[in-house]
Design a protein around this ligand. Sequence first.
Ligand code: FAD
Ligand code: EPU
Length: 334
Amino acid sequence: MLKHTNYPLKGLNTFGIEAYAREYIEVHGNEALLSLFSKNPGKHLILGGGSNVLFRSDFDGVVIRIAMHGKKIIGTMPGKLLLEVSAGEDWDDLVAYCVDRNWGGLENLSLIPGQVGSSPIQNIGAYGVELKDHFYSLTAFDKEKKEFSVFDKKACRFGYRNSFFKQNGKNRFVITSVIFALDTRPIPQTAYGSLRSELDKTGIDRPKIKDVRQVVCSIRRSKLPDPDELGNAGSFFKNPVISGQTYLQLRERFPDMVVFDDPKGKKLAAAWLIDQAGWKGYRRGDAGVHEKQALVIVNHGKATGNEIIQLADEIQRSVIEKYGVRLEPEVNII
Ligand code: FAD
Ligand code: EPU
């Protein structure tokens, strides 16, 4: 393993924040991981594609980049197959690989940046599908016990942008591979509002999963900034879930408020709350709010992590003042 010191992280986080790691290592396999943690590496950060992190400042520790590659079919049954994928594979390359073979399940999650190993951490979701819907199990290295363990779906305790790895298991495990349960006779999931209406516009009678992928990619390109052009980490906050009763009170004051049903009550569109509070397109220095999607905080060039956090704090306060609703960051602040 090659160890670098004072390593630049700007190209390794989609926010494009300029920060340096005291040390930087890429881990290419399980043995290397085991040997790294057999001695105590001290303060460290596991980094995937860097698309859901915000560096507050330089990282005074070891950044460990996951670089394990490979995929293999490990089981088949009528209508299904199990595909095991190493943590360092690029998420969207995996989606394209599956769609090319007509293996269904992941197509609604097209174009989400990041690595396969990070996908279970916040149970990535988009356009009516969440990772958990096609998840079978994962293998993770337990840094405390120094052994590899398998987690099935139940053990992962998936929720909206949540899992065991963001709760009790936080900072203890390194995910090394994920097994997906894919459909070999796929039925496209097209119920999500904007996906349905865009598919209707194509005039395709019975869309296939390749059509779903194409439409999802085109919707995303139309409203989410490409991190190669404008630094960002997708939605900065989660959509807040509130009780049905609180929602009814809010609706009296804000009848146009955008809301989705949720098993725990009502999920509000944080983008709407922020937009209506007047933040969309706002810019101070190089920190700003995207002009097409108010939930996306952007770095116009040289914003520091602290400038982004200051702006996020102000947005959070103004949303509490206006609606009494607290927004919780989705982005992992380092
Ligand atoms: P990183 O940012 O590298 O890491 C995220 C967290 O996971 C960190 O805490 C890190 O320490 C930890 N981690 C990373 N790899 C491992 C591992 N192998 N083992 C243990 N811990 C690990 N998310 C959605 O859910 N839906 C979307 O539609 C969506 N759209 C996005 C659009 C854009 C333009 C961007 C920039 C982001 C978007 N995201 C979305 C957020 C992000 O892409 C996902 O959260 C993604 O899963 C992060 O992957 P990553 O490899 O970049 O993780
Ligand atoms: N809206 C506004 N103003 C805006 C943008 C949106 O009022 O500037 C309203 C619109 O009415 C829209 C509603 O807010 O109907 C919701 O917006 P959108 O469909 O863009 O979805 P979102 O709730 O903002 C969520 C996820 C995204 C995911 C999309 C599609 C969260 C925190 N975000 O965004 O995930 O791609 O749905 O499913 O749940 C991410 O997690 O990083 C991410 C990008």
